[in-house]
Ligand binder design. Structure first.
Ligand SMILES: NC(=O)c1ccc[n+]([C@@H]2O[C@H](COP(=O)([O-])OP(=O)(O)OC[C@H]3O[C@@H](n4cnc5c(N)ncnc54)[C@H](OP(=O)(O)O)[C@@H]3O)[C@@H](O)[C@H]2O)c1
Length: 258
């Protein structure tokens, strides 16, 4: 399919995706939507092999002509990521789109935050960004085409109380996105971030019900987002329709400002 045809239809036909954290939540929605729009996908998971296998079965049943493969990876471990990338290249040949989605959140008053919690957030949310992006953008730059989409958060834009460590890493994702876009957009590789508000996933399910109600009341759209709400923007940023968008942070938060 030509670039013009892909642009006209907004399709992801022929695009080869790597998505981290694809077994659940937002990552799983990106996997489902990208394959439905014509992409081939390799996604990573950390521990949930059953959920990853079930997602592959579901997606492959719906789109038997597409590749959907799950591989385990610890994103904070550079050697493990190198092995994951080797597996992804084996399945897909080369990679057009990287979605840096895997991430963790932790909540504690900063005055009582153990240093280990801070380090875990940095190693996962920022270490993972380095480990995946560096080896995968090199060939994109050489080929002169590609897209990187990073998961930030409204916490990174506005700061979230009781989440200094998480907010710091998600602000770091934004700095990285803007800097890298300046470095490589001239080679045809776009780099963007999305900043979701509160999305219905396991990550937000742990928020006490009372606090969930308080936040919901402050969301102009009147509801938490769905993983699919985020996946639509991620897939748009991966498509030819978005090829002149780079270095941007798109909020997907139903109007919520923390
Ligand atoms: N949910 C929200 O409201 C929200 C808001 C703003 C931003 N975000 C961001 O969006 C992204 C996805 O969030 P989510 O809510 O979908 O998360 P989630 O439901 O908790 O799922 C996290 C995913 O990341 C994987 N993962 C976690 N730690 C990993 C590690 N060290 N190495 C490899 N994979 C790892 C998990 O794998 P397993 O299934 O194997 O554990 C899972 O697939 C995160 O970066 C998060 O910060 C979320």
């Amino acid at each position: 399919m030509t670039v013009e045809a892909r642009e006209r239809t907004g399709t992801l036909a022929g695009r080869r995706f790597v998505v981290t954290g694809g077994s659940r939540g937002i990552g799983a929605a990106v996997v489902r939507l990208a394959v439905a729009e014509g992409a081939d996908v390799v996604f990573g998971y950390q521990r949930n092999a059953d959920a990853a296998r079930e997602l592959c079965q579901e997606v492959t049943k719906a789109h038997p002509d597409r590749i959907c493969t799950a591989l385990p990876v610890e994103v904070s471990d550079q050697e493990d990521v190198a092995e994951f990338i080797e597996g992804a290249l084996g399945a897909l040949g080369s990679i057009d789109v990287l979605v840096n989605n895997a991430g963790i959140s932790r909540s504690s008053a900063f005055t009582g935050t153990p240093r280990g919690e801070w380090d875990e957030l940095v190693e996962t949310n920022l270490g993972g960004l380095f480990n995946l992006t560096q080896p995968l953008v090199r060939p994109m730059v050489e080929r002169g085409a590609g897209a990187v989409i990073n998961l930030s958060s409204v916490a990174g834009l506005h700061g979230s109380a009781m989440q200094a460590g998480y907010s710091t890493t998600k602000a770091g994702v934004i700095g990285f996105t803007k800097a890298l876009s300046k470095e490589i957009s001239g080679f045809g590789v776009t780099v963007n971030a999305v900043a979701p508000g509160l999305i219905e996933t396991d990550m937000t399910a742990v928020i006490p019900a009372e606090y969930q109600e308080l936040v919901r009341a402050r969301i102009p759209s009147g509801r938490f987002g769905t993983p699919r709400d985020v996946a639509h923007t991620v897939c748009f940023l991966a498509s030819d329709r978005a090829r002149y968008i780079t270095g941007q942070v798109i909020e997907i938060a139903g109007g919520l400002v923390l």
